[in-house]
Design a protein around this ligand. Sequence first.
Ligand code: SAM
Length: 213
Amino acid sequence: MRFRNKPWAAEYIAEHSYYCILGPENRKGKWHEVFGNEHPIHIEVGTGKGTFITEMAKANPHINYIGIELFESVVVKALERAVVANVPNVKLLNVNAEKLTEYFDKNEVDRVYLNFSDPWPKKRHAKRRLTYKTFLDLYKSVLVPKGEIHFKTDNRGLFEFSLMSFSEYGLLLNYVSLDLHNSDYEGNIMTEYEEKFSSKGFPIYRCEVQYKE
Ligand code: SAM
């Protein structure tokens, strides 16, 4: 992902605050009010340019999606996509997932998606991986009981690390594929990174895990 400075991004975000929520800490515990319905809330952590979340929202109008992206220059691409698609069940947050509990209340989120998270291959950076135990604590703090994490990546090292991390945490493994695109899994929606890596012939790893309580 390249982070070109986009001087117009802040202005574009302010103009489209229906989709990219400003001051999301003020919406903690009120996300159903924001969407105006009681539909389940699925969040994608590290949403990138937003193809996945927008296409998921189009395919599943009775689910509310919230994409969380650290970089303004990236979230603005997801915002442009949501505006063009005109999908009321998408919201975007330009925040750091490390502060997830500042934005969401206990039991407010029904599912977490992690797609092609940064691998942070150096061992000393393991704590930054979005499947490290401190992040699993954060997801648990905002998820409903028995909530799920759906994770996919092209990075074998990150996948191995994540399976171990999920297992050590005591999560249940409900689904695993070491080659998603050649599996019988139906209804896959590709992300930008997935398009890029699968077109180069790399296998895509995917799993679904669930908290026991
Ligand atoms: N999910 C997209 C895809 O599959 O095409 C983007 C993948 S990209 C490798 C990872 C994204 O996660 C980047 O846009 C990065 O800025 C974002 N990210 C990484 N750490 C994050 C964090 N702590 N909070 C929010 N976003 C984060």
